[in-house]
Design a protein around this ligand. Structure first.
Ligand SMILES: Nc1ncnc2c1ncn2[C@@H]1O[C@H](COP(=O)(O)OP(=O)(O)OP(=O)(O)O)[C@@H](O)[C@H]1O
Ligand SMILES: [Mg+2]
Length: 241
């Protein structure tokens, strides 16, 4: 039992039941979380737009014998690339076996380290690696990946996300060498305005941060160029009260 000293009087403090501590931590965690993290979709049902990509993913995962893959997700910022990568990863693997790394931290040692751990998992569980902003990877890391992608162990999924177009002159090559080794999912930021505005309005209302009609949310989404993270940041900064 802990004792708190208030002035000169020692006051015994009752230990808090574990579940109460958990609830408090959860509330504190939610309170501290940025809105865009708190409302990151966990399932495709909550995911706005990108119907073509969603169909591609559903077909891919339903393929008989699908047991390893590399996916390249490209598209504008704040449209859900990392979110989708996590939804896919969580569908095939348990959180313990999912790693996320930023491209600028993904050097050749990191790729070798990941390679060593690829087959270390529970039987039948997948191992997933998400590399965000993969256009920032070092040249040696790129070479290491290119070779590794051709001999991925069973039940391995590697997902690269980037705002750079696959056709761009990436990694000093005229054509991106990942194109022939990955399934490519191309995000768009077109046609999302209305759906994003409705979602943003709903979130603002839930958070007690709403004081504007829906038209203002449409304008906000347009101003943010359909970047949902930017929209939620504006709401978080009380701009819609
Ligand atoms: N399609 C979407 N549906 C619902 N919410 C979304 C969507 N896209 C983005 N968001 C919201 O914006 C946040 C940021 O999304 P995310 O990090 O997945 O974008 P991104 O495309 O990876 O951006 P960046 O290129 O800047 O890394 C999410 O946590 C979520 O709150
Ligand atoms: Mg991202």
């Amino acid at each position: 039992m802990f004792v708190a000293i208030m002035g000169k009087i020692a006051v015994p403090i009752k230990p808090m039941p574990t579940f109460q501590v958990a609830v408090k931590l959860k509330i504190w965690g939610d309170f501290n979380m940025q809105l865009y993290e708190k409302y990151r979709p966990k399932t495709l049902d909550d995911f706005i737009g990108q119907d073509k990509v969603k169909n591609q993913v559903a077909r891919l995962m339903a393929r008989p014998g699908w047991d390893r893959d590399a996916i390249w997700i490209q598209g504008p910022s704040g449209t859900g690339k990392t979110t989708l990568a996590w939804i896919i990863a969580n569908t095939v693997a348990s959180g313990l076996f999912i790693d996320e790394l930023d491209g600028d931290k993904c050097n050749v040692q990191a790729v070798r380290e990941l390679e060593r751990t690829l087959s270390l998992c529970a039987p039948n569980s997948w191992r997933c690696v998400i590399i965000n902003e993969c256009h920032s990877m070092s040249r040696q890391a790129v070479q290491a990946w290119l070779s590794l992608l051709e001999r991925l162990p069973k039940h391995t999924l590697v997902i690269f996300t980037t705002t750079e177009n696959l056709k761009a002159d990436l990694f000093g090559n005229f054509s991106n060498p990942f194109a022939s080794r990955c399934k490519v999912l191309s995000f768009t930021n077109q046609g999302l305005c209305q759906a994003m505005a409705v979602k943003a309005h709903e979130i603002a209302e839930k958070e007690g941060l709403n004081g504007q009609p829906i038209e203002k949310y449409v304008r906000l989404v347009q101003d943010c160029k359909n970047n949902m993270r930017a929209v939620l940041q504006k709401i978080d900064s009380c701009e819609m009260i």
